[in-house]
Design a protein around this ligand. Sequence first.
Ligand SMILES: [Fe+2]
Length: 320
Amino acid sequence: MASTETPARDAVLVKYLNEAYGKEKQLEQNLTVLIGRAENHKTLKKGFQDHLKVTKNQARGLQQRIKALGGKAEISPELPGPEAATSAVSAVANVANRAVAMAKGPVQLLRGTGEADNMLRNVRDAFWNEAEEIGHYQVIESVAEKLKDRDTVRLAKQFRREEERFQKFLERQINTLVTQVVKEEVPASERSSSNGGTRRRRSTTRSTSSSNGSRSTSGSGSTSRSSSSSRSSSSRSRASSNGSSASPRKRSTTSSSNGRTSTKRKQAAQKAAATRARKSTRTSAKRTATSARTTAKKAGTTARKAGRAARSTAKAAARS
Ligand SMILES: [Fe+2]
């Protein structure tokens, strides 16, 4: 039972302290299992072992604080620990702890697609378990401050910082495990084919990079393509005449490795070259004709001027 002098005040603190206690006892079990599963992860195993000691110490500290406030530490019936209490405060906390245990469940040993993946999932869950504990201690600290219970404030603050340190450790381990999972589950050739890799290919082998859909989103990429497309407009125009816009054109370019398409492109290029040659010939002939007409006009003008001059000279001679 809570203290008879301040029953309501202590009952509130005992309620929250007991929920944290139930969580600590649950995590004692989880950490014990995780230590056994971390044989291939030495740093992680050491971290679990260290935090198991911290967790047990926290459970003891909570138990003592609850007792000092006139309550009794307890956990859900599914977990080992102190016997279930009989007080009203303890009964409320017991229900809450049982709910927590049922919701979170035990460490899941067999899930995942591999050993690293399994451990990554367990560490991820350990990360949010720490977040939950941080939440417990944040609440206890705040309630204790309101009720001016300095001992409980000090205890909650210390335990919260311990959880935060372990959560930071887990965060670093997640990064390490993610690297392992990606290495195990994604072939090296695919690991390097990021958007960055696509951009690199685009700058060297345009036809290959066009197979990636991201090109249409890149301003520089589209600029490069538009300038080069004018050089081989024949094959492009054939592709785009399928009745659609960007994607069919991409498919046409993408299939450059296909022999049949390559032959078609060659034929199209030859046709384009022949067309250009014909146009060039016609243009050249037009220029020649225009030049000849201009020369003839000039010659006519000169002849007329000469005639007028001769006639003028003859008239002057006759007058004299
Ligand atoms: Fe803890």
